[in-house]
Design a protein around this ligand. Structure first.
Ligand SMILES: Nc1ncnc2c1ncn2[C@@H]1O[C@H](COP(=O)(O)OP(=O)(O)OP(=O)(O)O)[C@@H](O)[C@H]1O
Ligand SMILES: [Mg+2]
Length: 224
């Protein structure tokens, strides 16, 4: 499978402290990964680095076969890679406005914004909430809206920081159910998580941050 993003010698320091030094990280196209590690291992920081929200050093970076530099963070990568925060911040307008905001700011024509927002709301199962204020919604609804807001931008890579951390029961299952359709539509996904059900999703590759190193493990069980 084709490589989307490959980084060599990716290291991150906070002052004197080196948080991680990753020999190689290769993200393949249309592939899902879970990123695990103890609290403080650097999962959120790594996702933020990949999203261009946090500076870091790398010896060599390739994005879709082109060699790029991390600083300044390339514009096409900024548009192709979307980070979803564990506690998504939303505007107190409507759900539909929140989902469409990124498209509007990219200059997409209004009728196309409306069509793509509708599609994204159906995908996330939040169509009935289109006129609701996001501030009054449940954690699970907010998380699905945040996923719809990311998916509508048709990113090549989605970085999800603990997408199910504060959810249980049906809300958690609804979020987990959305993940395979992201890779089916061609996006790659990296999820930082502790959630066993996400780790066990079929076909998901495992990455583990431990003592500043990244360990990759192939899933042994694959369900067609
Ligand atoms: N801006 C910062 N300045 C200094 N240290 C920081 C900064 N941001 C994070 N750190 C430190 O880096 C370490 C890794 O933090 P990070 O949030 O990436 O871990 P995590 O693996 O996501 O943890 P958790 O499972 O609790 O979410 C922590 O020790 C944290 O205190
Ligand atoms: Mg974290």
């Amino acid at each position: 499978m084709t490589s989307l993003l490959t980084l060599h010698q990716l290291s991150k320091r906070f002052g004197e402290r080196q948080l991680f030094n990753i020999e190689q990280l290769q993200i393949r196209q249309a592939t899902a990964y879970v990123l695990t590690g103890l609290n403080g291992a650097g999962k959120s920081t790594l996702l933020r680095v990949l999203a261009g929200l946090e500076p870091a050093d790398a010896a060599r970076v390739t994005f879709l076969d082109s060699e790029v530099r991390l600083a300044p963070y390339p514009r096409d990568m900024r548009e192709a890679i979307v980070y979803v925060h564990q506690h998504p911040v939303m505007f107190s307008t409507s759900v539909a406005d929140n989902i469409g905001y990124g498209l509007v700011s990219r200059g997409v024509p209004k009728p196309e914004v409306a069509r793509r927002v509708e599609e994204a709301m159906q995908w996330a199962g939040v169509g009935h909430l289109r006129d609701s204020k996001p501030t009054v919604l449940s954690g699970g609804e907010k998380q699905r809206i945040a996923l719809a807001r990311a998916k509508v931008l048709a990113p090549k890579l989605l970085l999800l920081d603990e997408p199910t951390a504060n959810l249980d029961g049906a809300a958690r299952e609804q979020v987990i159910a959305l993940i395979p359709s992201l890779t089916a539509s061609g996006s790659s996904v990296i999820m930082a998580c502790h959630d066993r059900d996400l780790i066990a999703l079929s076909g998901v590759q495992r990455l583990k941050l431990r003592d500043g190193r990244l360990q990759a493990r192939q899933q042994r069980i694959r369900v067609a």
